[in-house]
Design a protein around this ligand. Sequence first.
Ligand code: ZN
Length: 250
Amino acid sequence: MLLKTEGIVIRSKDYGEANKIITLYTKNYGKLSLMARGAKKPKSRLSSISQLFTYGHYLFFRGSPRTMGTLSQGERLDSFRGLRQDLAKTAYAAYVAELVDKLIDEEEQPHSLFSLLLTILKFLDEGKDPEILARLFELKILVMAGYKPEVDRCVVCHSVKGPFAFSVKEGGFLCQRCHHADPQALRPKDNTLKLMRFLYHFDPSRLGEINVKPETKAELRHVMWLFMDHHTPLRLKSRHFLEQMGQFWK
Ligand SMILES: [Zn+2]
Protein backbone atom coordinates (compact mmCIF):
# COMPACT_ATOMS: atom_id res chain seq x y z
CA MET A 1 0.00 0.00 0.00
CA LEU A 2 1.32 3.43 -0.94
CA LEU A 3 1.27 5.83 2.00
CA LYS A 4 2.07 9.51 2.34
CA THR A 5 3.40 11.42 5.32
CA GLU A 6 5.61 14.25 6.43
CA GLY A 7 8.94 12.96 7.72
CA ILE A 8 12.46 13.84 8.83
CA VAL A 9 15.48 11.70 7.92
CA ILE A 10 17.14 10.78 11.22
CA ARG A 11 19.57 8.21 9.79
CA SER A 12 20.87 7.55 6.32
CA LYS A 13 23.36 4.87 5.39
CA ASP A 14 24.69 3.48 2.18
CA TYR A 15 23.51 0.07 1.12
CA GLY A 16 25.26 -1.71 -1.71
CA GLU A 17 26.42 0.04 -4.84
CA ALA A 18 23.59 2.43 -5.36
CA ASN A 19 21.08 2.32 -2.53
CA LYS A 20 20.52 3.90 0.82
CA ILE A 21 18.57 2.79 3.83
CA ILE A 22 17.00 5.70 5.59
CA THR A 23 15.31 5.93 8.96
CA LEU A 24 12.47 8.37 8.73
CA TYR A 25 10.71 9.83 11.71
CA THR A 26 7.22 10.50 10.38
CA LYS A 27 4.29 12.57 11.48
CA ASN A 28 1.73 9.80 10.94
CA TYR A 29 3.51 6.48 11.34
CA GLY A 30 6.30 6.99 13.88
CA LYS A 31 9.72 5.65 12.97
CA LEU A 32 10.20 3.78 9.68
CA SER A 33 13.14 2.14 7.92
CA LEU A 34 12.91 2.52 4.17
CA MET A 35 14.99 1.31 1.27
CA ALA A 36 15.78 4.18 -1.09
CA ARG A 37 16.77 2.42 -4.29
CA GLY A 38 19.32 4.27 -6.36
CA ALA A 39 19.55 7.13 -3.82
CA LYS A 40 23.37 7.04 -3.81
CA LYS A 41 23.42 8.18 -7.42
CA PRO A 42 23.46 11.98 -7.56
CA LYS A 43 20.94 12.05 -10.39
CA SER A 44 18.42 9.90 -8.58
CA ARG A 45 15.19 11.65 -7.65
CA LEU A 46 15.60 10.06 -4.21
CA SER A 47 19.10 11.42 -3.67
CA SER A 48 18.33 14.84 -2.13
CA ILE A 49 15.36 13.68 -0.06
CA SER A 50 17.43 10.85 1.46
CA GLN A 51 20.01 13.14 3.02
CA LEU A 52 20.33 13.26 6.77
CA PHE A 53 18.10 15.87 8.51
CA THR A 54 15.97 16.50 5.41
CA TYR A 55 12.36 17.36 6.12
CA GLY A 56 9.73 16.67 3.47
CA HIS A 57 6.65 14.90 2.20
CA TYR A 58 7.37 11.24 1.60
CA LEU A 59 5.52 8.59 -0.39
CA PHE A 60 6.42 5.02 0.47
CA PHE A 61 5.32 1.40 0.35
CA ARG A 62 5.02 0.11 3.85
CA GLY A 63 6.84 -3.14 4.55
CA SER A 64 5.33 -6.12 6.32
CA PRO A 65 6.62 -6.86 9.83
CA ARG A 66 9.44 -8.85 8.21
CA THR A 67 10.35 -6.74 5.22
CA MET A 68 11.53 -3.19 4.92
CA GLY A 69 9.36 -0.57 3.27
CA THR A 70 10.44 1.20 0.10
CA LEU A 71 10.71 4.90 -0.51
CA SER A 72 8.83 5.79 -3.67
CA GLN A 73 9.21 9.55 -3.96
CA GLY A 74 9.34 12.70 -1.94
CA GLU A 75 9.22 16.45 -1.98
CA ARG A 76 11.67 18.43 0.10
CA LEU A 77 10.21 21.07 2.43
CA ASP A 78 13.48 22.01 4.16
CA SER A 79 16.96 20.56 3.74
CA PHE A 80 18.32 22.19 6.93
CA ARG A 81 21.51 22.74 5.02
CA GLY A 82 23.07 24.66 7.92
CA LEU A 83 22.89 21.53 10.03
CA ARG A 84 25.18 19.72 7.64
CA GLN A 85 27.59 22.58 6.98
CA ASP A 86 28.55 23.61 10.51
CA LEU A 87 30.40 21.00 12.55
CA ALA A 88 28.91 22.00 15.91
CA LYS A 89 25.38 22.15 14.51
CA THR A 90 25.88 18.78 12.82
CA ALA A 91 27.04 17.28 16.11
CA TYR A 92 24.02 18.51 18.07
CA ALA A 93 21.56 17.59 15.32
CA ALA A 94 23.11 14.10 15.16
CA TYR A 95 22.68 13.80 18.92
CA VAL A 96 19.00 14.77 18.76
CA ALA A 97 18.41 12.37 15.84
CA GLU A 98 20.18 9.51 17.62
CA LEU A 99 18.10 10.07 20.75
CA VAL A 100 14.94 9.60 18.67
CA ASP A 101 16.41 6.59 16.90
CA LYS A 102 17.50 4.82 20.09
CA LEU A 103 14.77 5.84 22.54
CA ILE A 104 11.66 5.49 20.42
CA ASP A 105 10.27 2.17 19.21
CA GLU A 106 9.19 1.58 15.65
CA GLU A 107 5.58 1.89 16.60
CA GLU A 108 3.33 4.85 16.22
CA GLN A 109 4.02 7.75 18.51
CA PRO A 110 2.06 10.87 19.23
CA HIS A 111 2.42 13.71 16.75
CA SER A 112 4.03 15.77 19.49
CA LEU A 113 7.45 14.14 19.07
CA PHE A 114 7.44 14.88 15.37
CA SER A 115 6.71 18.57 15.89
CA LEU A 116 9.22 18.71 18.75
CA LEU A 117 11.97 17.22 16.56
CA LEU A 118 11.13 19.58 13.72
CA THR A 119 11.17 22.61 16.04
CA ILE A 120 14.50 21.69 17.60
CA LEU A 121 16.20 21.07 14.23
CA LYS A 122 14.82 24.36 12.92
CA PHE A 123 16.17 26.27 15.94
CA LEU A 124 19.56 24.54 15.70
CA ASP A 125 19.68 25.50 12.04
CA GLU A 126 18.85 29.11 12.94
CA GLY A 127 21.71 29.23 15.44
CA LYS A 128 19.83 29.24 18.75
CA ASP A 129 21.82 28.01 21.76
CA PRO A 130 22.46 24.31 21.05
CA GLU A 131 23.10 23.42 24.71
CA ILE A 132 19.69 24.77 25.74
CA LEU A 133 18.03 23.03 22.79
CA ALA A 134 19.73 19.73 23.63
CA ARG A 135 18.58 19.88 27.29
CA LEU A 136 15.06 20.87 26.27
CA PHE A 137 14.90 17.97 23.84
CA GLU A 138 16.31 15.48 26.35
CA LEU A 139 13.77 16.44 29.01
CA LYS A 140 10.83 16.16 26.60
CA ILE A 141 11.85 12.91 24.92
CA LEU A 142 12.74 11.25 28.24
CA VAL A 143 9.18 11.85 29.44
CA MET A 144 7.77 10.43 26.16
CA ALA A 145 10.00 7.37 26.45
CA GLY A 146 8.94 6.73 30.06
CA TYR A 147 11.97 8.08 31.94
CA LYS A 148 10.41 11.05 33.66
CA PRO A 149 12.63 12.90 36.15
CA GLU A 150 10.78 14.47 39.10
CA VAL A 151 11.42 18.20 38.95
CA ASP A 152 8.42 19.68 40.77
CA ARG A 153 8.68 18.17 44.23
CA CYS A 154 10.79 15.91 46.37
CA VAL A 155 10.92 12.49 44.74
CA VAL A 156 10.66 10.79 48.17
CA CYS A 157 8.22 12.81 50.33
CA HIS A 158 6.60 14.97 47.58
CA SER A 159 7.25 18.17 49.49
CA VAL A 160 7.45 21.21 47.23
CA LYS A 161 9.64 23.10 49.67
CA GLY A 162 13.24 23.61 48.55
CA PRO A 163 16.11 23.93 48.48
CA PHE A 164 16.57 20.68 46.63
CA ALA A 165 19.41 18.40 45.76
CA PHE A 166 19.18 16.07 42.75
CA SER A 167 19.18 12.35 43.33
CA VAL A 168 20.26 10.45 40.24
CA LYS A 169 19.40 7.16 41.91
CA GLU A 170 15.91 8.22 43.06
CA GLY A 171 15.31 10.06 39.79
CA GLY A 172 14.70 13.67 40.72
CA PHE A 173 14.67 16.51 43.20
CA LEU A 174 15.39 15.60 46.81
CA CYS A 175 14.49 17.86 49.75
CA GLN A 176 16.76 18.43 52.73
CA ARG A 177 14.66 16.29 55.06
CA CYS A 178 15.04 13.31 52.71
CA HIS A 179 18.79 13.64 52.33
CA HIS A 180 19.19 10.18 53.98
CA ALA A 181 17.49 8.54 50.97
CA ASP A 182 20.55 9.27 48.86
CA PRO A 183 23.67 10.63 50.58
CA GLN A 184 25.33 10.76 47.14
CA ALA A 185 22.73 13.17 45.75
CA LEU A 186 24.17 15.92 43.55
CA ARG A 187 24.10 19.47 44.86
CA PRO A 188 23.82 21.70 41.82
CA LYS A 189 23.24 25.42 42.24
CA ASP A 190 19.64 26.52 42.69
CA ASN A 191 19.67 28.21 39.28
CA THR A 192 20.59 24.96 37.57
CA LEU A 193 17.62 23.10 39.02
CA LYS A 194 15.36 26.06 38.26
CA LEU A 195 16.51 25.95 34.64
CA MET A 196 15.83 22.21 34.55
CA ARG A 197 12.29 22.72 35.83
CA PHE A 198 11.74 25.63 33.47
CA LEU A 199 12.82 23.64 30.40
CA TYR A 200 10.84 20.60 31.51
CA HIS A 201 7.59 22.61 31.44
CA PHE A 202 8.48 24.88 28.56
CA ASP A 203 6.65 24.89 25.24
CA PRO A 204 9.56 24.58 22.75
CA SER A 205 7.76 26.41 19.96
CA ARG A 206 7.84 29.58 22.12
CA LEU A 207 11.60 29.65 22.58
CA GLY A 208 13.01 33.13 22.05
CA GLU A 209 16.40 34.40 23.08
CA ILE A 210 17.55 32.75 26.26
CA ASN A 211 20.61 33.82 28.17
CA VAL A 212 22.09 31.31 30.56
CA LYS A 213 25.55 31.39 32.13
CA PRO A 214 27.98 28.79 30.74
CA GLU A 215 28.50 27.34 34.27
CA THR A 216 24.78 26.76 34.66
CA LYS A 217 24.54 25.07 31.27
CA ALA A 218 27.54 22.87 32.03
CA GLU A 219 26.10 21.88 35.39
CA LEU A 220 22.72 21.01 33.91
CA ARG A 221 24.38 18.91 31.21
CA HIS A 222 26.28 17.04 33.91
CA VAL A 223 23.10 16.32 35.90
CA MET A 224 21.12 15.27 32.81
CA TRP A 225 23.81 12.95 31.49
CA LEU A 226 24.28 11.24 34.84
CA PHE A 227 20.51 10.79 35.06
CA MET A 228 20.35 9.33 31.55
CA ASP A 229 23.34 7.03 32.15
CA HIS A 230 21.70 5.65 35.27
CA HIS A 231 18.13 5.21 34.01
CA THR A 232 18.39 4.50 30.27
CA PRO A 233 20.38 1.92 28.31
CA LEU A 234 21.62 4.63 25.93
CA ARG A 235 25.26 4.72 24.87
CA LEU A 236 25.32 7.18 22.02
CA LYS A 237 28.13 7.72 19.56
CA SER A 238 26.89 11.24 18.96
CA ARG A 239 27.18 12.07 22.66
CA HIS A 240 30.71 10.73 22.78
CA PHE A 241 31.48 13.08 19.91
CA LEU A 242 29.92 16.06 21.75
CA GLU A 243 32.03 15.20 24.79
CA GLN A 244 35.19 15.15 22.71
CA MET A 245 34.22 18.40 21.02
CA GLY A 246 33.77 19.97 24.47
CA GLN A 247 37.30 18.92 25.47
CA PHE A 248 38.63 20.34 22.25
CA TRP A 249 37.08 23.75 22.92
CA LYS A 250 38.37 24.11 26.48
ZN1 ZN B 1 11.56 14.95 50.80
